[in-house]
Design a protein around this ligand. Structure first.
Ligand code: ATP
Length: 203
């Protein structure tokens, strides 16, 4: 049985095209581990982390169906850096452990670990290789606006809270240029895929 010992971390800012790119790798048979999904699952009803959050903030952080009210929690975190630290200390180990488990269980020749906040959380140090999906800020803003139907100030605020384009590029081993058409990604992905297959064989 093939097991992915080789882990490629993939990141990029909001709306940069991570999902579009990882869908292409998935079509080549590569398993994608999604840190966002893991983070959401970590606070599902019944999970110890959700109980800890309710113990600290009360039932007001839950919606009517017993799920975490993320907007409410975000407000609490935004207002208080101590709360933010507490939450990070609670969730980060759980998320990291689950990411590790899923990368160990992946069965493709290598696997991709998709982490929007890879740079911010220094996860670039935990993977074998880093690929960054790069796009200029104006295109990033326009595509995200089109997709999310929110307003520009809200998206700009998220962009400003994330690592800068330069900070991301500084940790990149490989860069996928997503300034062009979505079709332009296919060749870039196919090219990197060949490299990653070779690298995975060498470890
Ligand atoms: P997030 O981190 O916010 O979830 P993401 O990095 O996964 O975003 P995508 O959802 O893949 O980004 O792309 C953002 C939007 O831009 C989507 O609507 C996607 O269809 C579109 N998009 C991606 N690449 C291109 C492209 N080259 N040309 C036009 N639209 C694109």
């Amino acid at each position: 049985m093939v097991v992915s010992d080789y882990v490629v971390g993939i990141s990029g800012g909001i709306g940069s095209g991570k999902t579009t790119v990882t869908d292409l790798f998935a079509k080549l048979g590569i398993e994608i581990i999604d840190a966002d999904l893991i983070a959401r699952e970590a606070v599902e009803p019944g999970k110890p982390a959700l109980k800890a959050i309710v113990d600290k903030f009360g039932l007001a952080v839950l919606d009517d169906s017993g799920y975490l009210n993320r907007a409410k929690l975000r407000t609490l975190v935004f207002e208080d850096s101590e709360v933010k630290n507490w939450l990070n200390e609670l969730l980060h180990p759980v998320i990291r452990q689950q990411m590790l488990l899923q990368t160990q269980q992946a069965k493709s020749a290598y696997c991709l670990l998709s982490v929007p906040l890879l740079v911010e959380n220094k996860l670039n140090e935990q993977v074998d290789r880093v690929v960054i999906v790069d796009v200029d800020e104006q295109t990033q803003l326009q595509r995200t606006l089109l997709r999310d139907k929110t307003n520009a100030p809200q998206i700009r605020a998220i962009m400003n809270a994330q690592a800068t384009r330069q900070q991301r590029l500084a940790v990149a081993d490989d860069i996928i240029d997503n300034n062009g058409k979505a079709n332009d990604l296919i060749k870039q992905v196919a090219h990197l895929h060949q490299h990653y297959l070779q690298f995975a064989k060498q470890i």
